[in-house]
Ligand binder design. Structure first.
Ligand code: AMP
Ligand code: ZN
Length: 468
């Protein structure tokens, strides 16, 4: 237990880097918004997962592994999910199609983030398991005068929140905007049932065949929650009314996190929902945010399976190190070159520690991470340990940052065993061809193809190969 360790975190709420003071050092509580499970996650989506995994690991190191509770949700009710389910499984009843889409996508997400060296969170709640808590919060908001019913919708009124006196924070404090600016900005959609343009949906009616639950506030038709209320309900259910840290990508500051704060503080009567709000910067492609809507994305799965370079797949650990090479609040410009450089470094580190026992992580590395996750400085320390052959500390430091030398070694062993098998098959096939045993040669070509190997017979009599 390093109670003396000063951990500093940048807080979006105060716009300063402050000393982290846990509400209860025996149980640090962290919530991070998780994926909406309708499609593969792209490598921009991987950034918050990796960044907050590193924070989780650091908190565990400082306060003890059993003293940190990390909740990352799965959003399994959303219009995008409904649309995808109807498109992909037009012949199935919608609810069945939705189950297929969300199960498949969640399983893929788990496989992806595991390959990136991320620990599973302590709890991974699904929105559909917490509809009861959502209804309770909504009822409280209506009772408190912060929300109203209109045309079978329930809407939250930021104006009502800001008109209330008492401990409540100001709506707009996180995003650092005034309500007037938000009205003028009018990024909010206007709907006839809204009293004000800034009002947002807590609950909406479900159409026939769509997923629906009994509605709050005596609304007669079944309905479903808005996105923001889901996180207020899940964080409350698993972390309580006030918790330590809430995280996500910078794009979630407004409206998602602003609205989570509004819902939770108004429902529970506190001035904060989480004490510290942390946001990662964007992963960009040619200066633009990587996103599904812009179409400039590569999925985690595609990247890990790509064989463009030397016929070998990228290891998730390479992506992890490449991502952590930039401080989490700065944008990253994505290049394959970055992966190549990082791969060489990681190969060197892993080779150096392959027979070493982990001792303790270097104090300079911990100090760098404790300074608002200064990963560029932490990685510079990895290089120093490597140069000075302090391999016990290097191994412990790599492991603290979520790198796995044993897995790296195992992948390499599989790689070289596979390569040996491929080379042998190709040699045997050449021999069969020289002996004009076409049947045997074809059989070996098929066997190679089944292993994912494409071969090319060159004019000079040699055969080259690559992984498909
Ligand atoms: P979404 O699927 O858009 O809800 O995003 C899931 C998570 O990924 C959120 O925390 C987003 O802020 C984050 N995110 C999405 N795109 C990027 C990006 N290009 N760079 C960094 N984080 C991103
Ligand atoms: Zn959220």
């Amino acid at each position: 237990m390093g109670e003396t360790m000063a951990l500093k975190l940048y807080n979006t709420l105060t716009r300063t880097k402050d000393d982290f003071v846990p509400i209860d050092p025996a149980l640090i509580r962290l919530y991070v918004c998780g994926p909406t499970v309708y499609d593969f996650a792209h490598i921009g989506n991987a950034r918050p997962v990796i960044v907050f995994d590193l924070l989780y690991r650091l908190l565990r190191h400082v306060y003890g592994a059993s003293s940190v509770k990390y909740v990352r949700n799965i959003t399994d009710v959303d219009d995008k999910i409904n649309e995808r389910a109807a498109r992909d499984y037009p012949d199935l009843p919608l609810n069945e199609a939705i189950r297929l889409v969300t199960e498949k996508t969640a399983a893929q997400f788990h496989a992806d983030v595991k390959a990136l060296g991320c620990l599973p969170p302590s709890v991974e709640p699904r929105a559909t398991e917490h509809i009861g808590e959502m209804r309770t919060i909504i009822e409280r908001l209506i009772a408190g005068g912060f929300a109203y019913v209109a045309e079978d919708h329930v809407l939250f009124s930021p104006a009502a929140m800001n008109a209330a006196d008492g401990v409540l924070p100001r709506y707009g404090a996180l995003a650092n905007r005034s309500l007037d600016e938000m009205i003028a900005g009018a990024r909010v959609d206007v709907a006839p049932y809204k009293k004000d343009a800034t009002d947002f949906v807590l609950w909406k009616p479900s159409k026939e065949g769509e997923p629906g639950w009994p509605s709050p506030a005596g609304i007669a038709v079944p309905g479903r929650p808005g996105w923001h209320i889901e996180c207020s309900a899940m964080s409350w259910a698993h972390l309580g009314e006030i918790f330590d840290i809430h995280g996500g990508g910078i794009d979630l500051v407004f409206p998602h996190h602003e609205n989570e704060i509004a819902q939770s503080t108004c429902a529970f009567g506190h001035n904060v929902m989480a004490k510290v709000w942390m946001h990662n910067g964007f992963l960009q492609v040619e200066g633009e945010k990587m996103s599904k809507s812009l179409g400039n994305f590569i999925t985690i799965n595609q990247l890990l399976a790509t064989t463009d370079f030397g016929g070998r797949e990228w290891d998730g650990q390479v992506l992890r190190l490449a991502m952590l090479g930039t401080h989490y609040r700065s944008p990253i410009d994505w290049t394959v070159r970055k992966l190549e450089e990082v791969k060489t470094s990681l190969d060197n580190f892993m080779h150096a520690v392959s027979d070493a026992h982990a001792t303790t992580p270097s104090p300079a590395l911990i100090e760098a991470l404790a300074d608002d996750l200064n990963t560029p400085k932490a990685i510079a320390e990895l290089f120093r340990l490597y140069r000075e052959l302090d391999i016990g500390a290097l191994r412990a430091s790599l492991e603290l940052m979520g790198f796995d030398p044993a897995a790296w070694q195992a992948a390499k062993t599989i790689d070289s065993a596979l390569e040996e098998k491929i080379v042998t098959l190709i040699e045997n096939r050449l021999a069969a061809r020289q002996a004009k045993d076409w049947a045997a040669s074809d059989r070996m070509r098929d066997e190679l193809a089944a292993m994912g190997v494409a071969i090319k017979d060159n004019k000079d009599g040699t055969t080259s190969w690559e992984m498909k």
